[in-house]
Write a protein that binds this ligand. Structure first.
Ligand SMILES: Cc1cc2nc3c(=O)[nH]c(=O)nc-3n(C[C@H](O)[C@H](O)[C@H](O)COP(=O)(O)OP(=O)(O)OC[C@H]3O[C@@H](n4cnc5c(N)ncnc54)[C@H](O)[C@@H]3O)c2cc1C
Length: 591
């Protein structure tokens, strides 16, 4: 497997890999990583679908990429996925996955046209004091000291960030800024999370700095991502005769481990109460989704809370990974991520408005009619003075294909599930759907005497508790996540959010899809480049531009400097006069 960029390899089709007709594949999970692995086995590996078997413990596919109507409960999406144009693997694959909405076009085309016609941006990123404008005014509000702390993290080598927390690098100068408010609510970072991950995120999205405060950097699918992304992939795979085996837990995978060679030798599955062992040869490839951010998640309802149940059980992604990891040091350290759910949980809630009564309050904040079919909030709205640090969003409506006219489906989440609300004097995770809705309505500016009635009669709200939702952000070091294909592996790979691939950001659809592609390309030796993670961090234009916008459009000369620093800067500026360096600094408005 090797990386590449540019058109030459992007549009080429690889030759059929040697020996593929003698091989078969077993895939654990039906999340984006697993489905991508299956799609790449079919498209580029040219493996016959009949030879691919996918085991999923749940009755439905998609894993963390969800969006369903549960009978008797209501619409549920545990998350809404912000995406960008430089999800290189995603677009590499989706250009060949047919849309299930429009005949004859790909998922990529559908998404591209949609986001061209209706580009995303928010008119109100923050609120305070019950629905008033948060007055963050698209400014990052970073002091020079704060900007330097971010630069320091940006240039610190990964090894020095191992097991370090964000607060080891950022002081209150950063943590109290709008920058941090935007950043942590957008990406779901907590202050105690990994400094290494934070660095990877800044580098990965450096080209988006300008577009972060109002979310013009983002793109969204037409419907929830289960319907817009998972279902087309399932359709493609089923049309290619791939076998799906639902309600089947993979308990364990066994290996023969020699000094130079590691081979998966069997998979133990539990199906309908019976344990079965599938023996493997070197020609049987295994793709394992280890761990999982929505493992042990639970739903409440309008009138019940979502139970917090972090205990790990056999047949789940964490238990399976623990068993596997105990067999070789190169299979990672799951306990690094799943041992402190108090630090990795949050609660989200899906709210469905049932009549017109709540709609004007939403419209007042987002300044858009939510029923046009176009963007509504254009990304999350963060309630700055919420004790839960609540954010909420309504994406294009309908969010579900089956959604009745006149209803809106939106998403609420809070970063602090253990704090009492401002209106509801309970921790978010102790709240029923109705109570979460009440807290949200309070922050929307609904008069207090109407809150109970609207939350009861004009909305249906379903909470979801996810004990491990940010497990991948726990401080870590090299080796804590197994390589996608560990050294010496002849027939197995790890995929998903807890497999190691360099430079990409973990809490993204792209990361998981990338691991699926890399796994297939490595194990089948597919002779075509995997698109490298978008390289804006190596592009001087993006670096200069981001430093201009990160400092709220200030020039270099407007930095606080000592007399000596000022003199040095003026000498440097003199030296570059008349050169391309001066030109590019001017183009990027830095001088
Ligand atoms: C709340 C939330 C918000 C998000 N926001 C964004 C965002 O803004 N932007 C973005 O790009 N991405 C976002 N994501 C992330 C994105 O959805 C995930 O990264 C991606 O879906 C993960 O896919 P995966 O295949 O790696 O893992 P998963 O989806 O977790 O898939 C793992 C699958 O394996 C199955 N499985 C596990 N163990 C076993 C076993 N032992 N036997 C059988 N089956 C097993 C599971 O049931 C599951 O189906 C968000 C996700 C959530 C939940």
């Amino acid at each position: 497997m090797y990386y590449g960029s540019g058109n030459y390899e992007a549009f080429a089709h690889p030759k059929k890999p040697e020996g593929v007709d003698n091989k078969s594949a077993y895939i654990v999970g039906t999340g984006l990583a697993a489905l991508s692995a299956a799609c790449y086995l079919v498209r580029d590996g040219q493996m016959k679908g009949e030879k691919i078997t996918i085991f999923e413990k749940d009755p439905i596919p998609g894993g963390a990429c969800d969006g369903y109507l549960y009978e008797g409960l209501g619409y549920v999406m545990r998350g809404g996925r912000e995406m960008d144009n430089h999800f290189e693997v995603m677009w590499d694959l989706f250009r060949d996955i047919p849309s299930i909405e429009t005949e004859g076009v790909s998922v990529l085309d559908e998404y591209y046209w949609l986001n061209k016609e209706d580009p995303n941006f928010s008119l109100r990123r923050t609120t305070k004091e019950c629905g008033k404008d948060g007055e963050t005014n698209n400014k990052f509000g970073l002091s020079d000291k704060a900007a330097k702390e971010i630069m320091h993290l940006f240039f610190t080598p990964d090894e020095k960030l191992y097991n370090k927390k964000i607060t080891d690098f950022f002081s209150d100068e950063v943590l109290n800024s709008n920058f941090w408010l935007y950043w942590r609510t957008m990406f779901a970072f907590e202050n105690w999370h990994s400094a290494l991950e934070m660095k990877i995120y800044i580098k990965r999205y450096i080209h988006h700095i300008q577009g972060l405060p109002d979310f013009k950097a983002l793109r969204f699918t037409r419907y929830n991502q289960y319907e817009s992304m998972i279902l087309p992939m399932i359709e493609y795979l089923k049309n290619n005769n791939v076998n799906f085996v639902f309600n089947t837990k993979v308990i364990d995978v066994d290996f023969e481990i020699k000094s130079d060679k590691k081979q998966a030798t069997s998979i133990t599955i539990l199906k309908e109460g019976k344990t079965e062992v599938i023996n493997l040869t070197e020609n049987d490839l295994v793709f394992i989704t280890n761990g999982g951010c929505v493992e042990n998640s639970s739903y409440g309802s309008q009138n019940t809370k979502a139970e917090y149940k972090p205990e790990l059980k056999p047949g789940g992604g964490w238990d399976m990974w623990k068993r596997i990891a105990s067999k070789d040091t190169s299979f990672g350290h799951p306990e690094k991520f799943c041992s402190d759910p108090e630090k990795t949980n949050w609660v989200s809630a899906t709210v469905t408005t049932l009549d017109e009564k709540i709609v004007p309050y939403i419209q007042k904040v987002c300044e858009r009619d939510p029923f046009t079919g176009h963007k509504v909030t254009g990304g999350i709205v963060t309630v700055m003075d919420s004790n839960w640090l609540m954010s909420w969003t309504f994406n294009r409506q309908p969010q579900f294909r089956s959604q009745p006219d006149g209803q809106l489906v939106g998403w609420i989440y809070g970063l602090f599930s253990d704090k009492e609300g401002n209106y509801i004097k309970k921790a978010m995770r102790e709240c029923t759907g109705k109570e979460i809705c009440m807290e949200w309505l309070y922050h929307l500016g609904v008069p207090v005497d109407q809150i109970d009635d609207l939350a009861t009669n004009s909305a249906n709200t379903i909470p979801a508790m996810m004990p491990y939702i940010t497990a991948f952000f726990m401080p870590r070091e090299a080796g804590d996540r197994p390589d996608v294909v560990p050294e010496g592996s002849t027939n197995f790979a790890f995929i998903g959010q807890f497999a190691e691939t360099p430079r990409d950001t973990i809490f993204t659809t792209e990361y998981s899809m990338r691991t699926g592609m890399e796994a297939v390309y490595t194990l089948l030796n597919v002779d075509r480049a995997v698109p490298e993670v978008w390289g804006s961090t190596y592009d001087v234009r993006d670096l200069l531009k981001s430093s201009y916008y990160l400092r709220d459009e200030k020039k270099i000369t407007e930095m606080e400097m000592s007399i000596v620093e000022k003199m040095t800067l003026s000498k440097v500026l003199k030296k570059i006069e008349g050169t391309d360096i001066e030109k590019i600094l001017k183009e990027q408005k830095l001088i």
